[in-house]
Design a protein around this ligand. Structure first.
Ligand SMILES: Nc1ncnc2c1ncn2[C@@H]1O[C@H](COP(=O)(O)OP(=O)(O)OP(=O)(O)O)[C@@H](O)[C@H]1O
Length: 274
């Protein structure tokens, strides 16, 4: 059972205030405020290059802000954060990466963090349980290099889940992932969110997760341009089953049926802009 963050700390799960990030000569994040409360499932949306990955990497402490503050579970990002309660799935890495590790070994590595440098007793059972949660219990002994891209992504999600996190930060967890893996992921997330998991997830489409998303934050040129209701899935295009949403469109259809203009197309590659 996942325990909501604020039952332990009384603080938001994620609290980003006035964050600026420079990467090389680029001023990528330009004064971001983002709060995620315990039990929320917040989608981070925006065009390519708008700063989504930079923001989540800053949230999990991979990138230092040049100004502003980030607190996780009530602690300033750094050694004080209880990292064992935070799961992170980065963007577009493969679980294989040329290392002949089995799925079980990759998942078990998720049990190691800051202060825990040895696997805990019972790690095999924990890894098996996490693989079971993503529908890969039968593949535990297989080298990850023999798994499909979607299955490898599921192994990385299991690596984040094995800690039993109360906060999960995911960067495009289903990008390029096959349909069965997307469905398995959505089913797992539905169960975990029901148990109180807090989620910050970068997405290009709400897709299978649409019903879980409680709030959407849209970035544009490193700034928040929308923070509120998630876009509503609309059945259109060619057939009635086409129900994913397009958060990159110039207007976000809201669940209420009203539409909010965001000042121009969001699916432009921002890097291509002058
Ligand atoms: N190491 C770096 N040095 C300089 N600029 C960088 C670096 N990494 C990213 N950027 C720039 O920062 C901007 C934001 O990149 P980021 O990856 O955060 O965007 P994103 O919204 O996640 O895009 P995508 O949807 O394509 O993943 C882009 O213009 C990118 O070129």
């Amino acid at each position: 059972m996942t325990v909501p963050a604020d039952t332990r700390t009384g603080s938001p799960a994620v609290d980003v205030r006035g964050v600026h990030v420079h990467l090389g000569a680029s001023h990528v994040l330009r004064g971001i405020d983002l709060r995620v409360d315990a039990g929320e499932v917040v989608a981070l949306l925006g065009a390519n290059g708008s700063g989504k990955s930079t923001l989540v990497r800053t949230v999990v402490g991979v990138l230092p802000p040049s100004a502003g503050t980030v607190d996780l579970l009530g602690h300033r990002v750094g050694n004080a954060v209880p990292w064992g309660r935070v799961g992170y799935v980065p963007q577009r890495v493969t679980a294989a990466a040329g290392v002949p590790s089995t799925a079980r070994e990759v998942v078990a590595s998720g049990l190691l963090h800051g202060r825990r440098l040895r696997l805990p007793r019972g790690w095999r059972g924990l890894a098996a349980d996490a693989l079971d949660q993503v529908g890969l219990a039968e593949r535990a002994d297989e080298p990850t290099s023999r798994l499909s891209g979607g299955q490898q992504q599921r192994v990385l999600i299991a690596r984040a889940l094995v800690r039993g996190p109360e906060l999960l930060v995911l960067d495009e967890p289903v990008a390029g992932v096959d349909r069965p893996s997307q469905e398995a992921f959505a089913a797992t997330m539905t169960r975990l969110v029901g148990d109180g998991l807090t989620v910050l997830v970068v997405l290009h489409e709400l897709g299978e997760l649409a019903d879980l998303i409680t709030r959407a934050v849209v970035l544009r040129h490193g700034k928040v341009v929308h923070d509120g209701a998630p876009p509503r899935p609309h059945a259109s295009h060619d057939d009635a089953t086409h129900d994913h949403v397009h958060p990159h469109t110039s207007e976000l259809p809201l669940r209420s049926g009203t539409r909010v203009g965001l000042g121009g197309p969001l699916d432009t590659d921002e890097e291509a802009r002058p």
